[in-house]
Write a protein of this length. Structure first.
Length: 122
């Protein structure tokens, strides 16, 4: 009687682990698909947020690039957007970053590779 109970418990554990692995697998690939879908549909060449600073909860000041050489300073609140002023290209210190490049200047694949190198080997 004890052996069959232990066998059932091990079987239930293995089924739970398999279901968990399946959910992780589906979650990973669904997230990758949604990311690719959003990236493809949100890419534009005429508008870009150059810089954002949070000044209070739900209130930010942003520099927005429109077209080739128009820069606008806007205040963004919970329910409103207010134009604060316009800047020239010379007044803006813009750093062009690829969407895959982090603030450290490395892309995600390089950072992940460095992290994997520090993991203990099996």
């Amino acid at each position: 009687m004890l052996l069959s109970s232990t066998g059932e418990s091990i079987f239930q554990l293995l089924v739970a682990i398999a279901i968990f692995a399946f959910v992780l697998f589906i979650t990973y690939y669904t997230t990758k698909w949604i990311s690719g879908y959003q990236k493809a549909h949100s890419y534009n060449k005429n508008l870009a947020i150059v810089e954002v600073i949070k000044v209070a909860p739900n209130k930010m000041v942003e520099i927005v690039k429109a077209g080739e050489d128009k820069y606008f300073v806007i205040a963004v609140g919970k329910d409103e957007v207010t134009l604060l002023g316009e800047l020239t290209k010379d007044q803006v210190m813009e750093t062009e970053l690829d969407y895959q490049v982090s603030a450290t200047g490395q892309n995600f694949d390089e950072l992940l590779g460095k992290f994997k190198d520090h993991l203990p080997k099996k």
